[in-house]
Design a protein around this ligand. Sequence first.
Ligand code: G2I
Length: 454
Amino acid sequence: MKPTSRSLSRAALASTLLAASIGASLLLATTSAGAATTLGASAAQTGRYFGTAVSAGKLGDTTYVGILNREFSMVTPENEMKWDATEPNQGQFSFTNGDRILNQAVSNGKRVRGHALLWHQQQPGWAQGLSGSALRQAALNHVTQVATHYQGKIYAWDVVNEAFADGGSGGRRDSNLQRTGNDWIEAAFRAARAADPGAKLCYNDYNTDGVNAKSTGIYNMVRDFKSRGVPIDCVGFQSHLSNSAPSDYQANLQRFADLGVEVQITELDISGSNQANVYGTVTRACLAVARCAGLTVWGIRDSDSWRTGENPLLFDGNGNKKAAYTSVLDALNAGGTTTTPTTPTTPTTPTTPTTPSNSGCTSSVSLDSWNGGFVATVRVTAGSTALSGWSVTTNLPSGATVTSGWNAGQSGTTGSVKWTNVGYNGNVAAGQSTQFGFQGTGSADGITSSCTAG
Ligand code: G2I
């Protein structure tokens, strides 16, 4: 029997419904695959991270740790890797709290941003009392020691934090570090690169969230560093914002990215009634810039924020998601450019091969050079018996002059310079190594070294 038009339309309706329901379930599957439900997972869809500042003192708080483990893929120690925390007395390093945060993060599959090797604030009292070459040497030794301790474990270091002045000058901020010479920033970057060639090295600052005199001063420094081969990989935009973001926020990120550095939002927090919208705007700006590697908020719950009473974060004091959270998550899930991860540029070039001069120990020099200067890192390695003291002679080419050294006693500044262990690094177990370093003017290309035990 011929189907009636009614039964035809019934059949058609049924198949339409069937198709619709298959379509709906397909659509649903697609949507849920593309809509991750945590900040870290949704940022990962475009190759980015989503991080938070973490305080070691809160790692026993189960609500805090629950949100941390669920939501974030990057961690920045809020205070625990700063100079006052890591070197409370000169030459005595304390990594306990920094290590706690790092280990908690790594064991939960997160990466770590190191913050911050040199800053005019949160310096230990002994450093505040230094100036000139003593401070320069202490600062570079600090960079070397801390970056060496965390070598291979840090995604990116804020090597220098907040070195530019606020206001219209576009110049450097006055500080004890700045008074050691304008090249202190590049010397710090070179020392950090020598200590941990695998970490991205960032300059980090605030009030740089649009095109203004301060961000332009930093832009010019980064451009200069890139042109001279100073090892810089990234610029951190803290983004402590109040109710709005500059209209050229994204354009400002993009102009830095166009210099060939990665850009990162490093300390995001936003006060005010427009908070949720601004969080969305900032997130979309990062997503629109291919070299924007990720965003970090400066704390988890409003009660964890340094901005007491301003409630600038994504979770309320009870750990509940706020509208700002949803705004960020939706922006991340809407997608954007896929970020193009870069690897640190200009890795240190090891120069001299190990020169075994006698039994007992060997030495090798890593040089990080720029036009007119260098930082040398010397590794001293014990042979088959332990060392209870060592000395290294470095032979510098003519024109090279040592201006300061660290972790070794020094005799001479040009030509043949002798270095002797200090109290804490004379004992080196068989097969193990210790390091010292120095910086100087001129070119040290061709430097050789030899080590003597005892
Ligand atoms: O100031 C906000 C941030 C600006 N950019 C660099 C960041 O490193 C900085 O973080 C804040 C921390 O969030 C605060 O927690 O840096 C402050 C220090 O300048 C930190 O505050 C300090 C207090 O001033 C100290 O009294 C306290 O002992 O935190 C210390 C540890 O809790």
